[in-house]
Design a protein around this ligand. Structure first.
Ligand code: IDP
Ligand code: MG
Length: 173
C-alpha cells in the first residue's frame, strides 16, 4: 500500500447454512484471506427465529421474507451459521466486493457468490452462501446483534458493565 489507510472498520460475515452444508467453509475463508483482513471474533451459531428475523428486519415487507428466514434457519440445509467479525482498512466495502452481487446469477465469477451461489428452485431465494454487512450502520447493528463484547478480541464500540445474576451452563465437575 502506498499510503497508510486509517479507515479501520469492522464488518460482520456470516457463512450461511448452504455454505456450511456444502462444505464450502474453507473455500470461502480462503477467498476472504488477506493480511489486511483480520478475524477478531468467530463462533458457530444455532440460529433461532428471533435472531433470523431481527437480522433481516429491513426485508420484512418483501415477498420472499418468510422463505429467507427459513433459509437462515436451515430448513433446506443445516441449522448452523458461522459468524465472523473481520477488521481492517475499508473492510466493509472490500469484503462486499469479494462477496459479490446479491443475486448469484449476476455476481461476477471471481466472487464468492459468483463461484458458489445458486437460486433455490422451489422458492427463488438466493442461496448466496455468505452475508456481509453493507455499510457502517449495518455493520455496527449486526455485530452487536450476533456478538457480545466479551466475544470480540478487539472491541471498537462503547461498552458498559452491568451486574446481573443469571444461571449459566458449565461443564459438570
Ligand atoms: P445482501 O445480502 O447482498 O446485503 P439484501 O438485500 O440485504 O442483500 O438481502 C438479504 C438476503 O436476502 C440476500 O443475501 C439473499 O439471500 C436474499 N434476497 C435478497 N433479494 C432477494 C430476491 O429478490 N429474491 C430472493 N432472495 C433475495
Ligand atoms: Mg444486506
Amino acid at each position: 500500500m502506498d499510503e497508510q489507510n486509517d479507515n479501520v472498520e469492522q464488518t460482520l460475515v456470516l457463512i450461511k447454512p448452504d455454505g456450511l452444508q456444502r462444505s464450502l467453509t474453507g473455500n470461502i475463508l480462503a477467498l476472504l484471506s488477506h493480511p489486511d483482513n483480520i478475524i477478531v471474533a468467530t463462533k458457530l451459531v444455532k440460529v433461532n427465529r428471533a435472531l433470523a428475523e431481527e437480522h433481516y428486519s429491513h426485508l420484512k415487507q418483501k415477498p420472499f421474507f418468510e422463505d429467507l428466514i427459513k433459509f437462515l434457519l436451515g430448513e433446506w440445509h443445516t441449522n448452523r451459521v458461522l459468524a465472523i467479525i473481520y477488521e481492517g482498512p475499508d473492510i466493509i466495502k472490500r469484503i462486499r466486493a469479494t462477496g459479490g452481487a446479491t443475486n448469484p446469477e449476476e455476481a461476477k465469477p471471481d466472487t464468492i457468490r459468483g463461484k458458489y451461489g445458486r437460486i433455490h428452485s422451489k422458492t427463488g431465494v438466493y442461496e448466496n452462501v455468505i452475508h456481509c454487512s453493507a455499510n457502517n450502520e449495518d455493520a455496527e447493528r449486526e455485530i452487536k446483534l450476533w456478538f457480545e463484547p466479551d466475544e470480540v478480541v478487539n472491541i471498537r464500540f462503547p461498552v458498559e458493565y452491568i451486574v446481573e445474576e443469571r444461571t449459566v451452563m458449565k461443564w459438570k465437575k
